[in-house]
Structures are given as C-alpha cells and as structure tokens.
Design a protein around this ligand. Structure first.
Ligand SMILES: NC(=O)c1ccc[n+]([C@@H]2O[C@H](COP(=O)([O-])OP(=O)(O)OC[C@H]3O[C@@H](n4cnc5c(N)ncnc54)[C@H](O)[C@@H]3O)[C@@H](O)[C@H]2O)c1
Ligand SMILES: [Zn+2]
Ligand SMILES: [Zn+2]
Length: 396
C-alpha cells in the first residue's frame, strides 16, 4: 500500500510499504478514505525530528471503511464507516474508566517509555504505531476505539475531525471552565484554535477573542464571530485584551499554539542544535531541556484575569521549561492541560455533528483536499501556511 513516510527533518514522501495485518484479536484494518495533517505532525516534521526514525508512517487523524476485524472486535464489522480516535486505548482500565483515555494503562504498559498511552503515528515514545496517512490502517484496541458514523448522507469531513481536533478543542474549552457569558481568549487560530473559538461560543461564552498573525486564519475566525487580534507580541496582546475586558483580563485563555510559537529566535536556535547532536543525545536534549518556545503560554498567563483559568491544548515537550510560579500563585490561576481524551467527549459533541446546520462548521475548515500522493506538498503548504492553508485533508 501507499503511505506517508517520514524521511528526515522537513522531508516526507509517499512510499510503498507492506499492507498491515491483524496481529492481535482486538485489531481491525480500516481502508482510509480521508486523513488529515495536524499541527502535531508538524512537530515531528521539524522540532521533534530527533525522536523520529526514517520510514515511520505518519498520521493520527483518519477515517474510513472497516475492511477486517479480529475475533474479539464485536462493535464494528467489515463495511462500517468509522472514525479512528488518535488515542489508542482499551476502554476498560482504571484510567479509561475515569475518562483519561490518553493515559490508558493497557497501551501505556506496552511502550515502556514512561509516557501516556499509545498514539497513532507518534514515534517510539508513544508505541511506534504506524500512522493513518496511508491507504490502510491497523487499529489496535479496535474493540473500543473506532467510532461508527452514518454510512451516507454526510461528507467525510463532517466526522473526520472527531479523530482529534474537534474533541481536542472541546476538552480545551471544558478544561477552561467556561461559564455562560465569559470572555474566552484563544491564542493561535490554526485548525485547533478555530474549533476552540467555535466550541467556546457554542458552549456559552459571551465573547471570544482570537489571536494570530496569519491573515486567512484571522479572516476565518472573524467570519465565525471572533473578535480577532492580529499580533503575537505579548505586550500588545495584553493591552488589546485588557481594553476589551474592562482592564481585568480574559476569564479563560486557551493556548492553542504550543511549543512552536512565533518569536524568540534564541530558543529556535537551541531547538535546532538538539537536532545536530548525535541521535541519542539529541533526543535527550529535545526531551529533557527546556527548549520549548514559551511565548504563547507566557502570553496566556499574562492576559488571563486574576482567579481565571488557562487551558493548554498546544503540545509542549520540554522537561525544564521555566514557569513563572510567582505570577501563577499571586494571580490564583487554575492551569489545565494535556493530550485529548477523545472518546470522553464524543457523546457531548455528537448532537452538533449530526445537526443539519453544522453549528461547529466541520465542513468549513479544510482549505486543501489533496490526493495522498501529494502529501509532500500538503506538508509544505501547512508548514509555511502558504496559499491560505488552514487544514489539509489527504484522500488515499
Ligand atoms: N492536546 C492535544 O491532544 C492536541 C491535539 C491536537 C493538536 N494539538 C496541538 O495544538 C496546537 C495547534 O495545532 P494546529 O493544528 O491548530 O496547529 P497550527 O500550527 O496550524 O496552529 C498554530 C497557530 O498558532 C499561531 N501562533 C504561533 N505563535 C503564536 C503566538 N505567539 N501567539 C498567537 N498565535 C501564534 C500560528 O500562526 C498558527 O496559526 C499544536 O501544538 C498541536 O500539536 C494538541
Ligand atoms: Zn492531530
Ligand atoms: Zn485503558
């Protein structure tokens, strides 16, 4: 089959690899019909390159048609149309029972890396499971993971984003503890940030402020009723948010940027040095030194009001990042974060998905639909935010 393969820093390509097979009784094989490129793939593309191995199959946002199921998979059958959550979770362990599928103890123990549960297409740190940017996907824990969706009547994109970015945004808003009428600021208007804005409004926010610098992303957010601020400079964002909130700051701030924030050339330099070191050392540097670019997170702490909540959705991997504890303590902030627990939110999101009016605009996000063969171009467009690129969906 064809699959998108990581070849080296900032180099991916479509290659021919062996078809996946059922290896465990709880596996399924899905023939992928749509698979998206995510901001999280861009970390692997660039700053997390030291953790990658050439030949790894990328991708964790996929849906398609079930082709085969192992004997212990009873909830889905060949022919079913399914979305595959990016967490690989058992649904039955202590963590899964508490809605923490990203920490699934069954799949975590299979990796031995001291990380959370397994993820599709996300390095050996998360199980080294081949990803979904491919014609076929082996889905472990398929007795629990895949979400069955209506066979027809809807375009793939109505459901595709259930694999990751829609529940991720939903969790981001829930973790932000948004109350009726609150002012929510969303940093970063990539695909995740766009959904954070829409979900915040849908769940009752009184005002949504969005921050980015990319014109097409600002325009899309504006079209969805977001009050946009066009800058990534903390002092300017702070002034603009205070002006809109009677000087107090936003009730909740969602960081939908993560470790690759604009600005701070020194930190960028440090990140690149990690990649030039011998591989084991480089990998250690990328993981263990505080090399994240913290501009978005720091901005979040600045613009949130006293007693407010910061919800961090963007990914960070540094282990020694400086955090302004004095500011957090004095302002009395609540900070929540983490990988999305996809299946925890499906039931809450479902009514919006099958609503004719598409209130979350699942069909109003994708800027580029490309054949899988053009994955390389898709990665470049998304990386450079060229050609109005907001979300790329690949069709095998
Ligand atoms: N927690 C999870 O489970 C989860 C799931 C999916 C994605 N993510 C993460 O969410 C983040 C966003 O993903 P995406 O697909 O939207 O990526 P993206 O790269 O398209 O979006 C990031 C946006 O932030 C903007 N930005 C950069 N620096 C900024 C700054 N200082 N202030 C304001 N805006 C700034 C960029 O211009 C860009 O539009 C990534 O870190 C991704 O890894 C997390
Ligand atoms: Zn993703
Ligand atoms: Zn589990």
């Amino acid at each position: 089959m064809k699959a998108v393969i990581w070849k080296g820093r900032k180099t991916v390509g479509v290659g021919e690899v062996a078809d996946p097979e059922i290896l465990e009784p709880t596996d399924a094989i899905v023939r992928v019909t749509s698979t998206a490129i995510c901001g999280s793939d861009m970390h692997l593309y660039d700053v997390l390159a030291p953790a990658m191995h050439p030949g790894e199959i990328l991708g964790h946002e996929a849906m398609g048609i079930v082709e085969q199921t192992g004997p212990e998979v009873t909830g889905i059958a060949p022919g079913d149309r399914v979305v595959v959550p990016f967490n690989i979770a058992c649904g039955a362990c202590w963590m899964c029972e508490r809605g923490l599928m990203s920490q699934c103890e069954t799949t975590q123990q299979q990796t031995d890396e001291g990380k959370g549960g397994m993820l599709f297409g996300y390095t050996s740190m998360y199980g080294g499971v081949p990803g979904g940017q491919a014609e076929l996907l082996r889905v472990p824990q398929a007795q629990y993971g895949p979400v069955k969706v209506p066979a027809n009547g809807y375009a793939d994109e109505r459901f595709l984003f259930l694999s990751d970015i829609l529940p991720t945004a939903w969790q981001g808003v829930r973790y932000a503890d948004v109350r009726e009428g609150d002012t929510v600021a969303v940093l970063g208007l990539g695909p995740v940030g766009q959904f954070c804005c829409r979900v915040a409004a849908y769940l009752g926010a009184g005002a949504v402020i969005g921050v980015d610098t990319v014109p097409e992303r600002l325009a899309l957010a504006r079209r969805w009723g977001v009050d946009v601020i066009d800058t990534d400079r903390t002092d300017e964002v702070d002034a603009a948010v205070r002006e809109r909130t009677g000087g107090r700051g936003a009730d909740a701030v969602i960081d939908a940027v993560g470790m690759e924030a604009h600005g701070s050339p020194v930190r960028k330099w440090l990140q690149q040095r990690a990649d030039l070191l011998p591989e084991p050392l480089g990998s250690e540097v990328a993981e263990s030194i505080g090399v994240d670019r913290l501009d978005a997170m720091m901005t979040a702490f600045t613009i949130v009001r006293r007693g407010g909540t910061v919800s961090i959705v963007g990914v960070y991997t540094g282990e020694a990042d400086p955090v302004p504890m004095g500011e957090l303590f004095d302002k009395g902030l609540t900070v929540r974060m983490g990988q999305c627990n996809v299946k925890r939110w499906i039931d809450e999101i479902w009514p919006a998905l099958i609503d004719e009016a598409d209130p979350l605009g699942t069909e109003d996000l994708t800027s580029h639909r490309l054949p899988l063969d053009e994955a390389e171009r898709g990665y470049k467009l998304f990386d450079k935010q060229k050609d109005g690129c907001i979300k790329v969906v690949l069709q095998p």
